[in-house]
Design a protein around this ligand. Structure first.
Ligand code: SF4
Ligand code: SF4
Ligand code: SF4
Length: 239
């Protein structure tokens, strides 16, 4: 049965426990950092940060609001990145969990094409190994019956993981509660992805790529065009 995450940003305190736990489990090296005027650190996802807690600050009705967004691969149900890869073994989707996994064969793929195909701007290139990298749903832990490390580390109850149907029900129920205080609260792209975010306001206020069809992002039509590529290939007898 496919798995899913529910990330409840209304409970996130931006402690970055998930970000650090991800690096530890994946044994990813540190990044050289410097003060750049934000608590968001490092400034962006990179080959050594598959999880990044994004910070944004807004003045809304004369109240300063901090919005936190623990960003990661959404494990799309029909992944545009996979449709873009030229080698079927470069990007695979685990049937049991729905995890989208970048293999060593991503070394031979066009990084820019893979990155541009992603509606959430997730893939990054590891310049040392040549591989394209991102979150793999902690597939080793999940297959061993454990929670993904980021979920395990979240003490605030912002991150949840489990069977997709159960997780979607949990997300819908929480949305009803949060909407009482924040009428603009919404679940982001839940029909398309396995990592469902609850945001309290317009997703664009959290991050340009929080939602697949934001102003600087692929439009929904472009995304659907990406999704239809494998079907076209079958119809044209190329696979
Ligand atoms: Fe937010 Fe939980 Fe991550 Fe802390 S561990 S930043 S509360 S999601
Ligand atoms: Fe691929 Fe991007 Fe979807 Fe992750 S979020 S599965 S990298 S298209
Ligand atoms: Fe990192 Fe694992 Fe969480 Fe993905 S599921 S962000 S690899 S800790």
């Amino acid at each position: 049965m496919p798995k899913a995450f529910f990330v409840d940003t209304s409970r996130c305190t931006a402690c970055r426990g998930c970000q650090v736990a991800c690096k530890e489990w994946k044994e990813l090296p540190p990044n050289n950092t410097k003060q750049w005027g934000s608590h968001q650190n490092p400034p962006d996802l990179n080959a050594y940060n598959f999880k990044l807690v994004r910070f944004s600050e807004h003045l809304i009705d004369n109240v300063v609001r901090w919005y936190f967004f623990p960003d990661q691969c959404r494990h799309c149900l029909t992944p545009p990145c996979q449709a873009t890869a030229t080698d079927a073994d470069a990007i695979i989707q685990d049937e049991a969990t729905g995890a989208v996994i970048f293999t060593e064969k991503t070394k031979n793929e066009d990084f820019e094409a893979i990155r541009e195909s992603c509606p959430y701007n997730i893939p990054r290139k590891d310049e040392k190994t040549g591989r394209i990298v991102k979150c793999d749903m902690c597939i080793d832990r999940v297959q061993a019956g454990m929670l993904p490390m980021c979920v395990k580390s979240c003490a605030m109850g912002a991150m949840h993981f489990g069977e997709r149907d159960d997780i979607l029900k949990k997300a819908e129920a929480r949305l009803v509660q949060v909407k009482k205080e924040f009428p603009k609260a919404q679940l982001v792209d839940g029909d398309y992805v396995s990592v469902v975010f609850l945001v309290m306001d317009d997703p664009a206020l959290y991050h340009d790529h929080a939602i697949a069809c934001g102003p600087n992002q692929l439009t929904r039509q472009q995304w659907l065009a990406q999704l239809s590529r494998p079907l076209k290939a079958i119809l044209q007898g190329r696979v």
